[in-house]
Design a protein around this ligand. Structure first.
Ligand code: MTE
Ligand code: MOS
Length: 787
């Protein structure tokens, strides 16, 4: 199977209206507590041992001595794990093999150097506290600036260049600057967890909260020194992942497996919240240095951009994340000349990793920063400058991909301007600002264009195994993992429409490496595109086998047979779906099929920086209004209107949830979530008390979310579109609205603003802007420290 499955057997408004009410398949379980997660399963494993790490109290040091023996004196401690226990390779680094499980050189504060296994978590923790270790501290690199200074890089420079860069010097308007962009903690509600045990036939089995069971299997096999067929990984569901379990679930699974291998007892690793925040990677902080050239009407002429990401102690996914940054520095805009480079800094911090948007958000923030500053300098409304720069159908990006369906961007823009009453509200805000010297409102509209596909082409494949039983009930297995995003809901919908059966006949099975092998991570928002198409393929095969059976049962032509709601009918005669399955079984026709899908027509040449890395683009836009307090820098989000193109949605309620949740997660990243590391390199914000997440009080007071009306996406399963990541970047509208409000404290000001725009940063930006107005009076009160 190569071509995607084009559409539901029975299309039209009937199906669409059915889909309108499809709720998340685990919604009830999520609220009642019946939906089980990895760590809920621990009571099923008698003799279970709990694991706790021995942590190194240095960001960079050599481990001189390590004495684990005292831990064994702690009551309840059964074993310790160290390098000598590893039968295979003691490393969990997915790509570069640069993540030793038992390091001798410490590369980040609190890096685990050994593990203690005990009959209770407290005993394991007490045992770990008894371990003695000595270290020789080494100088640590803790910021991007220090890394640049020390020439400390994990990879790069990666580069894409296109067009004639002399346009930069020739531009009438130059916007140059630096933008510092903070990272973000995933804060999935379920922390990292794994349970490993020895199975009946000499292998090791695991429950793991992983987005990528096949890779978790690979790392476990590597550490144990066994072939992959001796390792089985199951993911029942995740309590959120957001990219944080794309590769970073592997190490904990490997520790659990190693513990089970050594002790012959089940072993559970579950990080506490504090451990999870101290040990796992985050969204990459970035430093951007840019020079942009524009015409006096705000049209972009050229962009020179240097991106530096803070990769932390190991490579992880930092390289493809930086590639996605390079691909997305245009956002939705045609830039005739682009020269963009990216380097991943090596610092002695947690190893930063995938996080919703995967490097796209940071780069898109840069170009929006440029356009906002340019608009303020030119005194042209931001939405007008943006619109002037949009791609038109047939344009190509700086990496040589034609922008198909660019007209959708304009459609969205025009529609959202009208529904959000942009022009009327702008006039109202001007009046408000004229009347209020110490409170100002700001309004901003920003677009999103986001490329769908893994940029590593080979990942773009999906597999499925669909089993139909003689009673007409169905089990669906596929390679994707459920993390709350609703993948299983959509795949179930695809299966039930494809087979013509009702929802309760289709059971979605937990993801297992022994059902579908060699799967890709559920990531890049492509879960439904890949796995849904593979399930549609398997269902289509089964249907085509059932068709002649049904036709002969009903005494009609195959063309006349309709499968719907567990009934197979033709010309007024009916048979139950179950009867057709039973008849097929008796005729010795197989009632199961594997399905497969590979995304067509994508390729990318890394060396040349040219290709067609994306199957298609997702488009959306947002309008946000904020009110800022000039005395405190505090702000509130008055209203947000979002319009997103989700194609012909398979589950509109789920898609809305993704849009709302993604947007708010983006608002958190850009406003109140601030990660801090102390002078020793320890994560200082390692808990909910110091790391502020958005909650009810941060929701927009008026929140309008809409899907672009039913525009089927060609060549994607059921005409749908990916929705998982793109809405996060709609939150840029909030940051740009804050900038507008700050500028209102001195009409004509051009505001520079680092990210996140915390109330503190906003406060100092307002002081800075006001100082421009009343230089003589208050300039003396503005010190360097304030900025
Ligand atoms: N939604 C919820 N509720 N929980 C999550 O962990 N992860 C996001 C997004 N939406 C996530 C989520 C990320 S980072 C991605 S890549 C996609 O879901 C992955 O799922 P999909 O490909 O099925 O959209
Ligand atoms: Mo999502 S960051 O691609 O897991």
């Amino acid at each position: 199977m190569t071509a995607p499955y084009e559409g539901p057997p029975k299309g039209g408004p009937h199906v669409r209206s059915e889909r309108e009410t499809v709720a998340h398949e685990s919604a009830r379980g999520h609220v009642t507590g019946d939906a089980l997660y990895t760590d809920d399963l621990l009571s099923r494993y008698p003799e279970l041992l709990h694991a706790w790490p021995v942590l190194a109290p240095h960001a960079h040091a050599t481990l001189e001595t390590l004495d684990l023996a005292p831990a064994l004196a702690e009551p309840g401690v059964i074993a310790t794990l160290s390098a000598s226990d590893v039968p295979g390779e003691g490393d969990s680094g997915a790509n570069r093999h640069d993540e030793p499980l038992f390091p001798t050189e410490i590369l980040f504060f609190n890096q685990p150097v050994a593990w203690v296994l005990a009959t209770s978590l407290d005993a394991a923790r007490n045992g770990a506290a008894r371990v003695t270790a000595t270290y020789s501290p080494l100088p640590a690199v803790l910021t991007i600036e220090q890394a640049i200074e020390a020439d400390s890089y994990l990879t790069g420079p990666l580069r894409i260049s296109d067009g004639n860069m002399t346009a930069l010097a020739d531009s009438a308007v130059r916007v140059d600057g630096e933008l510092s962009i903070g990272g973000q903690e995933h804060f999935y509600l379920e922390t990292q967890s794994a349970i490993a045990w020895l199975d009946e036939t000499g292998g090791v089995a695991l429950h793991s909260s992983t987005q990528h069971p096949a890779e978790t299997q690979e790392i476990v096999a590597r550490v144990l020194g066994v072939p992959k067929h001796r390792v089985t990984v199951e993911c029942v569901r995740m309590g959120g992942a957001f990219g944080g379990k794309e590769v970073q679930a592997n190490a904990w699974a490997a520790v659990a497996a190693l513990g089970a291998w050594k002790t012959r007892r089940p072993v559970r690793v579950r990080l506490t919240r504090a451990l999870d925040m101290a040990l796992t990677g985050k969204r990459h902080p970035y430093l951007a240095r840019y020079s942009a050239g524009l015409a006096t009407d705000g049209r972009l002429q050229a962009l020179r951009l240097e991106l530096f990401s803070d990769g932390g102690w190991s490579l992880d996914l930092s390289e493809p994340i930086m590639w996605r940054s390079l691909f997305h520095c245009d956002n939705a805009y045609r830039i005739p000349a682009v020269d963009v480079t990216g380097r991943v800094c090596r610092t002695h911090k947690t190893s930063q990793t995938a996080f919703r948007g995967f490097g796209g958000p940071q780069a898109m923030l840069v170009i929006e920063d440029v356009l906002s500053r340019a608009a303020q300098r030119l005194s042209i409304p931001g939405d007008v400058v943006r619109e002037r720069n949009f791609y038109r159908d047939g344009d190509t990006t700086h990496y040589g991909q034609r922008v198909d369906e660019a007209a959708r961007m304009t459609t969205i823009w025009t529609q959202l301007k009208a529904t959000s009453e942009l022009d009327r509200r702008r006039a109202a805000i001007d009046r408000f600002n004229a009347e209020h010297p110490h409170r100002k409102r700001g309004l901003a509209m920003t677009p999103v264009k986001f490329g769908i596909s893994f940029t590593a082409t080979f990942f773009n494949q999906g597999g499925a195994l669909v089993l139909v039983y003689r009673d007409g009930s169905v089990q669906v297995n596929h390679g994707g993992t459920e993390m709350g995003q609703g993948l299983f809901t959509k795949v179930q919908q695809i299966a039930l429409e494809s087979l013509g059966v009702t929802r309760e006949r289709i059971r979605m099975m937990p993801t297992r490496t022994d059902k579908v092998p060699n799967t890709s991570a559920t990531a890049a928002s492509a879960g439904t595109d890949l796995n849904g198409a593979a399930v549609a393929d398997a269902c289509a095969q089964i249907r085509s086998r059932l068709l002649p059976v049904a036709a002969s049962l009903l005494g009609c032509d195959e063309a006349a047979v309709v499968f719907a709601d567990n009934v197979v009918s033709a010309n007024g005669r009916t048979a139950s779906f179950a009867a057709v399955c039973e008849a097929a079984y008796r005729q010795r026709i197989p009632l199961f099929a594997h399905g497969y899908y590979r995304t067509p027509d994508i390729h990318f040449d890394l060396a040349a920086g040219r290709g067609r890395p994306f199957h298609y683009f997702v488009y959306g836009a947002a309008v946000s209004e904020v009110e800022v307090d000039g005395f405190t820098g505090d702000y509130r989000l008055v209203r947000s209107d979002l319009l997103e193109d989700a194609g012909q949605s398979i589950a509109p309620i789920v898609d809305r949830g993704q849009i709302e949740g993604g947007f708010i997660q983006g608002v958190g990243w850009l406003t109140i979530e601030e990660l801090l590391w102390d002078a020793r390199g320890k994560v200082a914000t390692a808990g909910a008390s110091t790391y502020k997440l958005p909650s009810w009080s941060e929701l927009p007071e008026i929140f309008n979310v809409a899907l672009l009306e039913r525009p089927p996406q060609p060549n994607v399963v059921f005409g749908s579109k990916a929705v998982g990541e793109p809405p996060l970047m709609l939150a840029i509208s909030v940051r740009e609205a804050i900038r507008e409000a700050i500028a209102a404290f001195r009409p004509g000001a051009e505001v520079t603003l680092d990210s996140p725009a915390t109330p503190e940063r906003v406060f100092f930006a307002i002081r800075h802007v006001r100082a421009g107005a009343e230089e003589a009076e208050i300039a003396g009160t503005i010190s360097r420290r304030d900025r």
